[in-house]
Design a protein around this ligand. Sequence first.
Ligand code: FAD
Length: 470
Amino acid sequence: MTSLDPNIRKRLLDAAGPGGATEDPAEIAPHLSEWRGRWHGRATLMLQPSSTEAVANIVRVCHETGTALVSQGGNTGLVGGQIPTQGEVLLSLQRMNRIRAISTEDNFLIAEAGAILADVQRAADGAERLFPLSLAAEGSCTIGGNVSTNAGGVGVLRYGMSRDLVLGLEVVLADGRVLDLMRGLRKDNTGYDVKQLFIGAEGTLGIITAAMLKLSPKPASYSTAIIALSDVEVAVELLNRLQDATGGLVTAFEIISRPALDLVLRHVPGTSDPMPAHAGWIILVETSNSTSFDATSALEEALAHAVEDGLVADAVFAKNARDRSALWRIRETVPEAQKRDGASLSHDVAVLPSRIAAFIAAADVAVRKVFAPARPIVFGHIGDGNLHFAVRAAPGEDANLLAARDSVELAINNVVQDFGGSYSAEHGLGLAKNKAAALYKSAAEIDTMRALKAALDPKNILNPGKLLPD
Ligand SMILES: Cc1cc2nc3c(=O)[nH]c(=O)nc-3n(C[C@H](O)[C@H](O)[C@H](O)COP(=O)(O)OP(=O)(O)OC[C@H]3O[C@@H](n4cnc5c(N)ncnc54)[C@H](O)[C@@H]3O)c2cc1C
């Protein structure tokens, strides 16, 4: 491992301030491998500053000395962006975890980058508001990571991606200056919306130190149901019917294939089959409502018509909060169950919702053509057109599946391209998909992205090689 110049090391330790660094391999180790165990990093120094000023001091030293830096929040990213694979200095934002302010008048919350998403949700809830970003990793992912990956999750249908939930940002630029974009105005047409550049930039353009987040009214009630679909083709028609029936109150519309459900039942203790008589696709639908409108009756009526019309085979409603969390547990533990089952290849893709069924059929054929023992495990945020198209292998074929990674990925991404879709819907590019741009983006788009990187990080010290290859 290339060791850090002793003079630079000393300057970084000083910049980080007391308690702001560790060189203990045991403390650094958990930060060097990621959730799926695909990338393993190297770093001898992990900086963990507790203030924006300390972050700015650190980045200034890195800029002056050309020292590369990888930022990390909760280390739940699924594309390797947070892992220092080239021996870079690791910058953990986890100690910057304060909620700086909540305004119920202007409906915002200011959180530091290292604040855990679930803590932010709780703080909003305590103020009788909702921070609607919600994803299975919410107990450990951070606001800085969420913003940097433009995280989506299960509420996008109603509330949008992280990009739609950010009113302002505080960012440390690559030269160490602090960019204060915290005006928080909902209307501000004074030129480029600079904060948007840093959202979804995966730590390649600046270090986010705090975010001003948009709060929504807190729902007074939820209606949650599991629906057995007659066929995946009817999913989007059903969603539109349920939106019409509830006046657009559908917050989540999540699809789970039978193989994905079976993985959960096999690997996640305490789960039970909500549709034992149904071998096909299921939908988890949820409405949330801040008014006295009876969304459950509206959903029941719409679903009864859908049964009559042959779209739906059956539906089961959660009767209480316990039922609701049991249904959500099934959806949220699919990635965990997939991991426990053995080797798998994950693809986080998007196409227009109306094209989902045709996409699934085409991707299934394409993947089996390049790897015959493939067993697709499909689930995801179908209301947003976002599918997690994972591929498992027939028993005994795990090693061959991993060996076929490149051809499986290429086969699926080519189908995505044919359908006019996106090869990364919500997880970003990191190291997993940084090279795909050359295949699927125009030269003009790649040049624009490179021009932004060169302008904002001319010495290429922030997360080098991530998002786009060097
Ligand atoms: C079980 C599971 C389920 C998931 N479900 C979803 C889902 O539904 N939707 C979804 O979108 N994602 C999902 N993810 C992916 C992941 O949780 C998100 O990408 C999350 O936003 C990452 O946050 P983090 O704090 O862990 O970031 P990290 O993993 O630490 O970092 C992610 C990226 O952001 C950069 N970064 C982190 N902090 C900063 C900062 N302060 N400034 C600049 N750059 C920074 C890193 O360099 C890296 O490139 C899931 C992950 C798991 C493990």
